[in-house]
Design a protein around this ligand. Structure first.
Ligand SMILES: Cc1cc2nc3c(=O)[nH]c(=O)nc-3n(C[C@H](O)[C@H](O)[C@H](O)COP(=O)(O)O)c2cc1C
Length: 181
């Protein structure tokens, strides 16, 4: 798939078939994350693949509540990928502190994009989730208290009838300037 095609095809998918995701495909996704760049090559992430159905169901239920239910669809996804912030290399931490930047946030964003785009190429669908119960997921996945979950990503096969949506984006001149702001 051409890159242009890949980035057009990727969209947040909020409906999934029950179909299992093949182990080889999950392995390819892990390798795509492995190749992601990061500040000082710090690789400040740990990826947890949750494919045990009972555990996956519990983690999915930690992404919504009665009052905030927009992530209810997460229970349909057969796999969840959890990105955890790891401690960055000393050089990245010093650089980030001097420059007042949280480099691990960018690093994990890029790694997550690798994950989602690789998934698209493999015929799989994803949705990144920033809304979840931090504490509950930490407990369920035995994540040390000093570590924080950055993102949850749903993974699975979308239904055959799932439609490609038109992308709603700001106008180009609003997001990009040539030679000045
Ligand atoms: C950091 C981040 C957090 C997000 N959190 C959620 C979420 O909790 N629930 C959800 O349904 N979508 C979530 N999304 C998906 C966005 O809504 C979606 O990417 C955006 O509307 C653009 O649509 P597209 O992904 O289909 O191109 C999140 C995306 C990102 C990058």
């Amino acid at each position: 798939m051409l890159f242009q095609e890949l980035i057009s095809k990727r969209q947040s998918v909020r409906k999934y078939q029950e179909k299992t995701v093949e182990k080889e495909k999950i392995q390819q996704l892990i390798e795509a994350v492995h190749l992601a760049p990061s500040a000082c090559n710090s690789q400040p992430w740990k990826l947890i693949i949750v494919n045990n159905p009972e555990l996956k169901d519990k983690v999915a239920k930690a992404t919504f509540s009665k009052t905030v239910s927009f992530n209810k669809f997460v229970t349909e996804a057969p796999v969840l990928a959890i990105f955890v912030f790891e401690k960055a290399k000393l050089t990245a931490r010093i650089g980030g502190s001097i420059k007042n930047q949280e480099y691990p946030q960018y690093d994990i964003g890029i790694a997550a994009a690798h994950f989602c785009l690789q998934a698209t190429e493999l015929g799989l669908s994803t949705c990144m989730l920033g809304w979840f119960n931090q504490k509950k997921i930490q407990q369920l996945l035995k994540i040390p208290k000093k570590r924080k979950v950055a993102l949850v990503i749903t993974l699975g096969y979308e239904p055959d009838a799932y439609k490609q949506r038109k992308k709603i984006r700001k106008p180009l001149d609003e997001i990009c300037g040539f030679n000045s702001y």
